[in-house]
Write a protein that binds this ligand. Structure first.
Ligand SMILES: Nc1ncnc2c1ncn2[C@@H]1O[C@H](COP(=O)(O)OP(=O)(O)OP(=O)(O)O)[C@@H](O)[C@H]1O
Ligand SMILES: [Mg+2]
Length: 375
C-alpha cells in the first residue's frame, strides 16, 4: 500500500501518546516485498492472577481483514493491545511482515490502532487531529499538508478539514480517527470496536467505508467486534474467541455452515438448541446437544416427507423475512421464512432439513467440518 509519494523512510522514532497508535517503522518501504502480514504465536497474558490470553496463535495474510469476534470479556482488547504494543505479553511472539516486533514499544511498531472512543482532540480542527502523528515525527510542513489532504480525501472528509470534532457527526468523527491511523501508513491497522458508538444505520455505512478503504489500500487489518453481523459482513476471515482462546478461525461462510463447537454455532448465526438426540428429522430424548439453524426449518401447509404436524404459535416480522415459532410434538422450532406469512394458530407441517449434534461442546455429527474447520 502506498498512499503518498513524499514519504522519507529514514524516520526518527518519537514517543507518542498511546491513543495515537504506533509510528511506521524505518523499514516501511519493504512492506510489499515481504508479503507475510501478521503472525502471532503462543501469545500469553496473565492479569490479576488469571490467564486472560491462553497460548493464542493467529496468522493474518497480507492485505487480509480479520475480525476477532467473541463475547464481552473473552480477551479481544487484551489481544489487540498486545499486538499494538500497548500491553506487554507474558509470552509469545508477534511478527509483522516477517519482523519480530514484540520487544518494541507501540510507537516503534509498524502498526496503528484506532480506539473505541476515537480519542480526538476537541480543541483541534480535523486537519490538526489527523496531522498530529506526523507533527510528532517532525515531518516537513508541506509533506504533512499533502499527506493529511490525501487521507482526508480518502475518507471523504476534505470539506471538514477546518471543522472541530464537536461540529461533525459521529460517523465523521470515526472516519477522522481512521484517517489519523492511516496517515501513518501503517503496515498493520488495528481497530477496537470502531463502530460501537454509532447508531445502527451509520454502523453499516461506516463499516462499508472501512472495508472499501481497507481493500483499496490492501492494508492488513485486525478489527475487534462482538457483533457477529458486523464481522460476517466485512471480514475475509473471522477468529471466534472464547475465554482467551481462538475456538475457530475461518471464512464467515464456513464458520456459519460448519461450526466445530457449540459455542461457535451459537455465537455465529442463530440456533435452535435442544438437549436430546436427532434422528430422521425428529428430536428425541438424549444427552447430546442438537442445534438447528432457523433457515433449516421449513413450514408448509401440506405434509412433506419427514415433516411433522406443527402449529404456528407466534410470528415475528423481521423486515424482509418472518420468524415463525412452530410447535411440534417433539420441539418448539424457530423458523426463518420469506414470502407470505402464515397466521398465528394456523396448523401445518414443519420439516427439519439439517441439524448439528454436539457432545461436550464438540461437533460430532457426520456433517462436521473437514480440516479441523480451518479455511
Ligand atoms: N488490568 C487487568 N487486571 C485484571 N484483569 C483484567 C485487566 N484487564 C482486563 N482484565 C480482564 O481480562 C478479561 C479480558 O478483557 P478484555 O478487555 O480483553 O475483553 P474484551 O473481549 O475486549 O471484552 P469487551 O467486548 O467487553 O470489550 C476480562 O475478564 C477483564 O476483566
Ligand atoms: Mg474490548
Amino acid at each position: 500500500m502506498t498512499l503518498f509519494s513524499t514519504r522519507d523512510e529514514t524516520e526518527v522514532s518519537t514517543t507518542t501518546e498511546p491513543a495515537l497508535g504506533g509510528a511506521p517503522a524505518g523499514d516501511g518501504g519493504n512492506r510489499a516485498a515481504s508479503g507475510e502480514g501478521l503472525t502471532v504465536r503462543g501469545l500469553h497474558k496473565v492479569l490479576g492472577g488469571r490467564t486472560i490470553i491462553d497460548n493464542l496463535d493467529l496468522q493474518v495474510n497480507e492485505g487480509e481483514l480479520v475480525s476477532l469476534l467473541g463475547p464481552s470479556g473473552c480477551g479481544k482488547t487484551t489481544t489487540l493491545r498486545m499486538i499494538a504494543g500497548f500491553l506487554d505479553p507474558d509470552g509469545g511472539s508477534i511478527q509483522v511482515n516477517g519482523r519480530e516486533v514484540s520487544h518494541l514499544g507501540a510507537e516503534k511498531r509498524p502498526s496503528a490502532m484506532v480506539f473505541q472512543n476515537y480519542a480526538l482532540w476537541p480543541h483541534m480542527t480535523v486537519f490538526k487531529n489527523v496531522a498530529f502523528p506526523l507533527k510528532l515525527r517532525k515531518r516537513p510542513k508541506k509533506e504533512i499538508e499533502e499527506r493529511v489532504d490525501a487521507v482526508l480525501e480518502l475518507v471523504n472528509l476534505l470539506h471538514h478539514k477546518q471543522s472541530r470534532p464537536a461540529r461533525i457527526s459521529g460517523g465523521e468523527q470515526q472516519r477522522v480517527a481512521l484517517a489519523r491511523a492511516l496517515v501513518q501508513e501503517p503496515q498493520l491497522l488495528l481497530l477496537d470496536e470502531p463502530l460501537s458508538n454509532l447508531d445502527a444505520k451509520l454502523r453499516v455505512k461506516v463499516r462499508e467505508d472501512i472495508r472499501g478503504i481497507q481493500q483499496r489500500l490492501g492494508i492488513t487489518t485486525v478489527i475487534v467486534t462482538h457483533d457477529q453481523e458486523e464481522a460476517m459482513s466485512i471480514s475475509d476471515r473471522i477468529a471466534v474467541m472464547n475465554a482467551g482462546k481462538i475456538e475457530q478461525f475461518s471464512t464467515p461462510a464456513d464458520l456459519y455452515a460448519r461450526p466445530r463447537t457449540e459455542f461457535v454455532a451459537t455465537f455465529v448465526g442463530s440456533l435452535n438448541r435442544f438437549e436430546g438426540s436427532y434422528r430422521d428429522g425428529r428430536i428425541s430424548d438424549g444427552s447430546d446437544v442438537v442445534g438447528v439453524r432457523p433457515e433449516d426449518v421449513k413450514f408448509s401447509r401440506e405434509p412433506v416427507p419427514g415433516s411433522l404436524p406443527a402449529v404456528v404459535e407466534r410470528v415475528v416480522p423481521r423486515g424482509h423475512f418472518q420468524e415463525l415459532f412452530l410447535r411440534r410434538e417433539d420441539a418448539l422450532l424457530r423458523s426463518f421464512a420469506s414470502g407470505e406469512s402464515p397466521a398465528v394458530g394456523e396448523a401445518g407441517h414443519a420439516l427439519i432439513t439439517r441439524a448439528m449434534t454436539f457432545r461436550g461442546d464438540q461437533r460430532v455429527d457426520a456433517d462436521q467440518p473437514v480440516n479441523g474447520g480451518q479455511a
